[in-house]
Design a protein around this ligand. Structure first.
Ligand code: TPP
Ligand code: SF4
Ligand code: MG
Length: 491
């Protein structure tokens, strides 16, 4: 192992960092005094020196190092918060030849991702983890991390961390080293040059263990976040050495690398038959009882988007359509959009129906059927309607007839008014469902499929509102009403 220290830029980095704001594309975007850049350099240098760039995947976490893949010139994977260990497990199991590096902050690893992490360590997964303990949630502005020190003031512990209310700082090295499987566990600090050299050695050792496929290697790195600890960069090292290392002592906690043989796991085999058997289980009453739709419309993927206000039943309308597809032996997906939309804004869901496999559940273009219950959804989603797509809109809220392109259809149904007359405005979505049925029956369905619409809709409504008999009955009736109204309205 080379111990020659090189200055300058390691080859493990890209020449320029494209995402870096401003004209200087060669600097990282970390704050002055931040430890992330130093650790990045140690890892990049090791990857280049070991000549493993073309088989290494570095997993970027969520945290200040979220864009690590803009720096490292190797394969990169950016995972959701705390999911590093799950992704690393999949990667190394599916491709044992790959060298996988997990890079996680203390929020990412020791809070939201702790279970995934400790289980991966306990299974001895074949990868190494660099754990940046800066005692804070850096990226989000200084909230308390599981590793914040007792008495440490953060935005969420303004009086200082108190063991009685927030518990003790989590000693991750101490915990991991108690497990059987891990091969190597060390804690280092990025403070003095001597400590950085020790960190460099630890980084190299962990990567070496991964190259030799000996199992799980873990390096905790005490690192500075002067911005959120409100310290000058020059005082940061002092804080780490005087405060952090007292609670998080440096050193090797476990090293059995010399005793361990390479770990060999069977590579999982994709067994199509087994997957299909699990995915396409027989439906109640047997699949034959729900024979497939034979209308030509379903010879290709049918992409539906539904939009409206939260509370208008947008999501349940989508769910019912998806369940209807399922009852007619189609593959289906339903993708709701949660978040602020649920509190009065625009809610939407995407439904895909396909006799074949569905690639992605997202509908953001080439939409075949767009159903909108309010004006903002019309404005937002109309550009997603495909060439010969159909727009169905609630004319009780959208007064002005929308302009669609040649080849597209715009069909109005005053679902809200009809539902109100029926006695319950909440049934506007079921009225719309019936109207969709009438529209499909007129233009797209074979007589046999059209005849089955109401029966299938009722089964799907019953599934969606299981156990709520009154609601099931009311929605089934509203659906019938919507069907008749649309049928009568169509020339
Ligand atoms: C599922 C989810 N929950 C919460 C967040 C908000 N979030 C972004 S980064 C972060 C904490 C990161 O802290 P840490 O892992 O310590 O990294 P640092 O920035 O300190 O390097 C949180 C809570 C998120 N992005 N995703
Ligand atoms: S906020 Fe803290 S962890 Fe994030 S880049 Fe700045 S110094 Fe580093
Ligand atoms: Mg942190």
């Amino acid at each position: 192992m080379s111990e020659v220290v090189k200055f300058g830029r390691p080859k493990g980095f890209f020449e320029t960092f494209e995402r870096r704001p401003g004209s200087i594309k060669k600097n990282m975007s970390y704050c002055p005094g931040c430890g992330h850049g130093v650790l990045h350099k140690l890892i990049a240098e090791a990857i280049a020196d070991f000549g493993i760039q073309d088989k290494t995947t570095l997993i970027s976490p969520v945290g200040c190092s979220v864009f690590a893949y803009f720096y490292f010139d190797c394969f990169g994977l950016q995972v959701p918060h705390g999911r590093s260990a799950a992704a690393a497990t999949g990667l190394t199991r599916a491709n044992p030849e790959s060298i996988v590096i997990g890079y996680q902050g203390d929020g990412d690893l020791a809070a939201i991702g702790f279970n995934a992490f400790i289980q991966a360590a306990n299974r001895g997964e074949n990868y190494c983890v660099f754990f940046v303990n800066n005692a804070i949630y850096g990226m989000t502005g200084g909230q308390m991390a599981p590793t914040s020190l007792l008495g440490q003031k953060t935005t969420t512990s303004p009086y200082g961390r108190n063991a009685l209310t927030e518990g003790y700082p989590l000693k991750v090295c101490e915990m991991v080293s108690q497990l059987e499987a891990p091969v190597y566990v060390e804690r280092v600090a990025l403070t003095s040059p001597a400590n950085i050299l020790k960190a460099r050695k630890a980084v190299r050792k962990a990567i070496q263990i991964s190259m030799e496929k000996k199992g799980f290697a873990f390096v905790e790195v005490l690192s500075g976040c002067p911005v959120n600890l409100k310290l000058k960069p020059a005082d940061m090292d002092k804080f780490i050495e005087e405060n952090m290392t007292k609670y998080f002592p440096l050193g090797v906690f476990k090293d059995v690398a010399d005793e361990r043989e390479p770990v060999k796991r069977a590579v999982p085999v994709y067994d199509r038959e087994k997957v299909e058997e699990t995915l396409y289980r027989a439906m109640p009453g047997g699949n034959e009882a729900h024979e497939s739709l034979d209308s030509p419309l379903f010879d290709r993927e049918l992409r539906v988007k539904i939009g409206g206000f939260g509370g208008q039943g947008v999501l349940s309308l989508g769910l019912i359509l998806a369940a209807m597809g399922k009852y007619r032996n189609l593959n289906v997906s339903w993708l709701p959009s949660y978040g602020p939309e649920m509190r009065g804004g625009t809610a939407n869901c995407a439904v895909i129906l396909n006799k074949g496999a569905i690639g992605s559940p997202i509908v953001d273009s080439n939409c075949d059927l767009l159903v909108v219950l309010n004006r903002p959804s019309l404005d937002k989603y109309l550009p997603e309607l495909g060439e010969n797509g159909v727009l169905m809109y609630d004319s009780s809220t959208i007064k002005e007839a929308p302009q669609v392109k040649p080849g597209q259809k715009a069909i109005a149904i005053s679902a809200g008014d009809i539902a109100e007359e029926f006695g319950n405005l909440k049934c506007a979505n079921a009225v719309m469902l019936g109207a969709i049925g009438a529209m499909l029956s007129k233009y797209y369905l074979t007589p046999a499929d059209a005849a089955k619409f109401q029966e299938t809709a009722e089964a799907a409504i019953a599934e969606c509102f299981a156990g709520k008999d009154k609601i099931v009955k009311m929605n089934a009736e509203a659906c019938k009403l919507g069907f008749t109204k649309m049928q009568n309205a169509q020339p």
